[in-house]
Each structure stands twice: as structure tokens, then as C-alpha cells.
Design a protein around this ligand. Structure first.
Ligand code: FA5
Length: 348
């Protein structure tokens, strides 16, 4: 009888493992474990055997029951899983995952940094949340001076520093000038500071958050020709390199006024779309990209540098404005660069 039970168990397990449907499994459960099933028939016959043998056989019957129940459960789960598996056709063409790329402004920043690093400028970064002192006062703009109005500054609601005044969102990268003088202490200085700036401005050519790149060169004997040479070098590198045809960008400087440079200029680049004839992007044939000038002696003094020994030039230009003048990047509204509608940016 013991042997019979072993054979019954092996046969049942083999059938359960091969069952190919839930119905087949249910039939097997009835056949072996049902009220009138094989296991119960054996249990009935246990009444006719001696007490010792009944003990051994009883244990064997229970083990067999447990093994069959476990096998039925396992096979049921397997069949459930198989029926849920989705049909997969490996010959169907795949869907390409979307591939991102650097933002147009990040591409411009990388290019600008590379252009200036080639001629010995060192890229630096200074705080985005700045003190009034570095943004204005050290730049020869005393408290309450009307020139500050042009920077339409965001003030941070924080307690002012007794030494440096109010906290502001930096309105221009010129705030890095005196910080750089304090860092280097003894010229030569060749800084390129590319950073986010903030102003209360918003129209086709102004965004509340934008980027500027600020150059600062201080050494003995620095004069305007060095400034003009650097502007021309940038124009050639940024607008002409990599193009074997089309108009060449030229630069011009116009007299202007900034409190922190003397003399001061505004810097324009000729429009590469219309070769300076005037079009819907430039109107006049020229685009203003930013300001420049010879560093004011008061600014050198604020940075601890002797204006009798050293002189320098500085410039600060808009990254977005400079980038939008490139051929193929026609854009009527600069704010599109920061819109959540990515259709424009996806082209680059
Ligand atoms: C300045 O910010 C001076 N710090 C530049 C400077 C540096 C002069 C060193 C002399 C020496 P301005 O406010 O003109 O200047 O801004 C310079 C350029 O930043 C602008 O010509 C423009 O290209 C860009 N810019 C200014 N405001 C915005 C804005 N809201 N959105 C986009 N670009 C802007």
C-alpha cells in the first residue's frame, strides 16, 4: 500500500505539471483530492490496517496531499502568467526614444567661453544673489544715484548687510568686476564671467532672466585698441568661423555713458541676415549686443588696484542677443527661448 501511495503521488505530480489549462487542473484536483478522489479512497482503506502501519501510511497520505495541493497552486499561477503574457512581434519597427540636446543658450555659453579661453581669459562665476555694493556702489554708482534705475533691479527681502547693503538678484555680470579684482589682487586680470542676470523687464528683446558675458582685462598699458581688437576677434570667431560664404560680421563702438567705465561705448554688430542693409530683424543694419569701456579709476580703487599703475577695459554683452544674430536663428521674440513650447528649440 505504501508503494501504491508513492506511485499515485508521482503519477499525479507528473499530470499536474503537464496540465495546459485551468479546466484540466480542476479535473485533476477532483480526481486526486476531491471527496471521492484517489486520496480519499486510500484513506478509507486505512481503517483495515493495523495501528502501527496506519500511523506510517497516515503520514504518507498527508504528505501526498500537501505535495499535490502545492503542485496544483504552482501550476495554476504559471498558467495565469502565461495567459497574461502579451503577444510580442519582434519584426514590428521600434519607436525611437526622444533624444534631448543642450539648450540653445547653453550652446552659446559653451562657444563663448571657448572663444575667450583661447586668448587667455579665465572663466569665473560669481553669486547670482548679490550685494548692492558689488552690483552698484563699487561700480561708482552711489546709493540713490539715478543711473541705477536703468538696471530695474529685483531686491531680495532679506536683512541688509551693514557693510554691503541690500541683497539683490544680480542685474548684470559687471558685479563680478570688483569681486575678481579682490580675488586676483595683483593684475594681470583676464576674466570672462558668464552668468544669469535678472531685471524687471519683459518684451520682444528683454526677458526677466537672461544671460550676460562680461570681459575684464586689467594690466599695465591697456588701452582702447585692445578693447576694439577683442571685440573684432569675438565677432569673427562667433559669427564667421565655420562658414565658408555669406556676409562677414563687423563691429562698431558708439559713445555712450556708464558710471563704471570712462570712456564708455555701446557695441553693435552688423546684421548678418541683410549684410547691414536693414531688415525686419535689425531695422538699421546693426544690432546692439551690449556695453563696454575703459574701467573707471574709482572702480579700480574699489577693487584695491592702483589706477596710476594699471588700466583696463570691460565689456558686458547679452548671450541671448548675441546668439540670436547668428544666421539661421531668426527669432522675433527673445522670450521664446524660455517658453515651455519647445517647438522652436527642438530645431537646434
Ligand atoms: C550693462 O548691463 C553693463 N553692465 C554692460 C557693461 C559692462 C558696460 C562692462 C560697460 C562695461 P546694459 O544694461 O546695456 O549694460 O546690458 C548689456 C546687454 O545685456 C544688452 O545690450 C543686452 O544685450 C543684454 N540685456 C540687458 N537686459 C536684458 C534683458 N532684460 N533681456 C535680455 N538681454 C538683456
Amino acid at each position: 500500500m505504501e508503494q501504491q501511495l508513492h506511485n499515485l503521488k508521482n503519477q499525479a505530480l507528473a499530470q499536474i505539471m503537464c496540465a495546459s489549462s485551468k479546466e484540466e487542473l480542476e479535473n485533476m484536483r477532483i480526481t486526486y483530492l476531491g471527496r471521492k478522489g484517489q486520496i480519499n479512497l486510500v484513506t478509507e482503506r486505512l481503517k483495515n490496517v493495523g495501528q502501527e502501519e496506519r500511523k506510517v501510511l497516515g503520514r504518507l497520505v498527508n504528505d501526498t496531499k500537501t505535495a499535490l495541493e502545492y503542485a496544483l497552486r504552482t501550476r495554476q499561477q504559471e498558467l495565469h502568467h502565461v495567459s497574461k503574457k502579451e503577444w510580442f512581434d519582434p519584426t514590428v519597427p521600434g519607436i525611437m526614444p526622444q533624444i534631448g540636446h543642450l539648450h540653445l543658450v547653453t550652446q552659446a555659453i559653451d562657444e563663448i567661453a571657448g572663444i575667450f579661453e583661447k586668448i587667455g581669459f579665465v572663466r569665473v562665476r560669481y553669486p547670482e544673489v548679490e550685494w548692492d555694493w558689488f552690483a552698484f556702489e563699487a561700480l561708482n554708482m552711489p546709493k540713490d544715484h539715478p543711473a541705477r534705475d536703468e538696471w530695474e533691479t529685483f531686491f531680495v527681502d532679506a536683512s541688509p548687510s551693514p557693510k554691503y547693503g541690500n541683497m539683490v538678484l544680480t542685474p548684470h555680470t559687471s558685479s563680478g568686476q570688483v569681486r575678481e579684482m579682490e580675488r586676483v589682487k595683483t593684475p594681470p586680470i583676464r576674466m570672462i564671467n558668464i552668468a544669469k542676470c535678472y531685471r524687471r523687464q519683459s518684451d520682444n528683446t528683454h526677458a526677466p532672466m537672461f544671460h550676460q558675458f562680461e570681459g575684464l582685462v586689467i594690466d599695465e598699458g591697456i588701452n582702447i585698441t585692445h578693447l576694439k581688437g577683442t571685440i573684432d576677434y569675438f565677432a569673427k570667431q562667433f559669427y564667421d568661423s565655420g562658414r565658408d560664404h555669406g556676409p562677414t560680421a563687423v563691429s562698431r563702438i558708439r559713445p555712450f555713458h556708464f558710471m563704471f567705465t570712462e570712456p564708455s561705448f555701446e557695441v553693435d554688430f552688423s546684421c548678418v541676415h541683410c549684410e547691414g542693409r536693414g531688415c525686419r530683424f535689425c531695422k538699421s543694419g546693426w544690432h546692439e549686443v551690449g556695453g563696454a569701456g575703459m574701467v573707471h579709476p574709482n572702480v579700480l580703487k574699489a577693487g584695491g588696484i592702483d589706477p596710476k599703475k594699471y588700466s583696463g577695459f570691460a565689456f558686458g554683452w547679452g548671450v541671448e542677443r548675441a546668439q540670436l544674430l547668428k544666421p539661421g536663428i531668426e527669432l522675433d521674440d527673445l522670450r521664446t527661448l524660455y517658453s515651455t513650447d519647445l517647438r522652436y528649440l527642438k530645431q537646434f
